[in-house]
Design a protein around this ligand. Structure first.
Ligand code: SAH
Length: 214
């Protein structure tokens, strides 16, 4: 897979734009600057890889807008050694952004088989090795691998899946867009066994998080 100087230049412009839009986290800036988004785009849309927009991928899904990826990742407040769960692997772009951080253990779940297979192949090709890549329903989280220091949901949830809150470590962060037609970016921080801090961060638009249906 190539990463031409043209792509690199477009990527620097994208990073600049994200900084102008308020992204400050150094890790996020470095990650967006280093991950070739064009590797994750559908054929035919490559020319738009560094436009700050969401684009269609297989199975009627989308690759998230770079700003959204950066914003959600920033809210995760990642630290070296964190165990991170991503719900909705999709194109794999957000996974690659997480993998660009130093020393994270990344788990990712996708429930569309077609996308799961395609992205698995891509990861092999670009030698991206998350700790676990799982085909299944992320609504339930991954109880066998819990607790997680950070959980990111990349599809819109009508309500917050209880299992995900349960699988947060104390001090852990869940970043999830909540709502049906449009979503409110929401972050939960687990402050104790039974206590959570909840804050909201404005409106976004996502494809729906599927619960027990296709
Ligand atoms: N992070 C991805 C976003 C893809 S869109 C990217 O940057 O490309 C959201 C993804 O969530 C879709 O691929 C969709 O199939 C997946 N998804 C929806 N409901 C899910 C569920 N219950 N479990 C796992 N994945 C789900």
């Amino acid at each position: 897979m190539n990463d031409s100087t043209k792509h690199q230049g477009q990527r620097r412009q994208l990073v600049k734009l994200l900084e102008e839009k308020g992204i400050q986290d150094k890790g996020v800036i470095t990650a967006v600057g280093s991950v070739p988004r064009h590797w994750f785009m559908d054929v035919g849309l490559e020319a738009y890889s560094y436009v700050d927009k969401a684009y269609p991928i297989d199975a009627n899904q989308t690759i998230s807008q770079p700003y959204t990826v950066a914003f959600q990742t920033q809210l995760l407040e990642l630290k070296i050694g964190d165990k991170v769960l991503e719900i909705g692997t999709g194109s794999g772009y957000q996974t690659a952004i997480l993998m660009a951080f130093e020393g994270l253990k990344v788990f990712t779940v996708e429930r569309q088989q077609e996308l799961f297979k395609k992205t698995k192949l891509l990861f092999k090709k670009i030698r991206l090795r998350p700790k676990k890549m799982i085909f299944g329903d992320g609504y339930r989280g991954l109880p066998d691998h819990a607790p997680f220091d950070a959980i990111i949901v990349t599809a819109g949830a009508a309500e917050v899946p209880k299992p995900l809150l349960k699988q947060l470590a104390i001090g852990g962060r869940l970043v999830i867009p909540v709502g049906e037609k449009k979503q409110i970016m929401t972050r939960y921080v687990r402050t104790g066994e039974k206590s959570f801090d909840r804050k909201t961060y404005g409106n976004f638009r996502f494809v729906p998080l599927l619960n027990n249906k296709n």
